[in-house]
Design a protein around this ligand. Structure first.
Ligand code: SF4
Ligand code: SF4
Length: 204
């Protein structure tokens, strides 16, 4: 799912994501899936809101629905897992420069959040996940995942990332038989990106 376009769905009404979830539930049995996607694009004026052309908007929505559908299929198995970790993308930090006080430890490898900004999504997600017993990693890229998995024996992983990284991570986890859930970015671009913290909270 590599994108040649950037997008920002962070200001789209919440109901849009509820419709995506409904479409994910029906994905495999719905003969008019393509029409459903186009209807959602029209209804929420996604092209006007994002500047994407129709084909890009269709690609993006199909991928978002695909992520939700895969989460649903895997959910029961994931719930059974005991030892879990959350992988967060470094690009969703509030700052990408030295205003972010996180320290990168190459031995793990992960950034260690210093909680410098109460409104940083990554900082908030870290607190939320740790309260629920997850180990948390803030990664500069998917290439860090094998080292983390080899050093730990996780049964379940939640990954927050863009479509491209979700795809890479999913292959790595599948090869190791690890159950996963994913949270896609709703704003991409490798800096100042965004994910839905409420969506993450539900999956946690
Ligand atoms: S809260 Fe953590 S991740 Fe966010 S900017 Fe501060 S140190 Fe960096
Ligand atoms: S947008 Fe994707 S590829 Fe870029 S830094 Fe974030 S997770 Fe990595």
């Amino acid at each position: 799912m590599p994108y040649r376009f950037t997008f920002d769905l962070s200001r789209i009404p919440r109901f849009f994501f509820i419709e995506l979830a409904a479409a994910a539930c029906e994905k495999d049995m719905h003969r008019k899936f393509g029409k459903t996607v186009q209807d959602i694009i029209k209804k929420f004026r996604i092209q006007e809101a994002t500047g994407l052309n129709l084909s890009e908007a269709v690609t993006l929505l199909e991928d978002l629905i695909d992520v939700q559908a895969r989460n649903l299929v895997e959910r029961e198995r994931f719930i059974q897992t005991k030892k879990r970790a959350l992988l967060l993308p470094h690009c969703s930090r509030k700052f990408m420069d030295n205003r972010c006080k996180a320290f990168f430890d190459p031995q793990i490898p992960s950034y260690i959040c210093a909680h410098c900004s109460p409104d940083c999504r990554v900082g908030k997600a870290e607190v939320l996940a740790k309260k629920k017993g997850y180990d948390v990693y803030i990664l500069p890229g998917g290439s860090c995942i094998p080292k983390i998995l080899n050093a730990n024996h996780y049964q379940g992983i939640i990954g927050v990332a863009c479509g491209e990284e979700i795809k890479t991570g999913r292959e790595i986890l599948k090869a190791k038989g690890i159950s996963s859930q994913t949270v896609p970015l709703i704003k991409n671009g490798c800096a100042d990106t965004a994910f839905n913290i409420e969506n993450l909270s539900k999956i946690l």
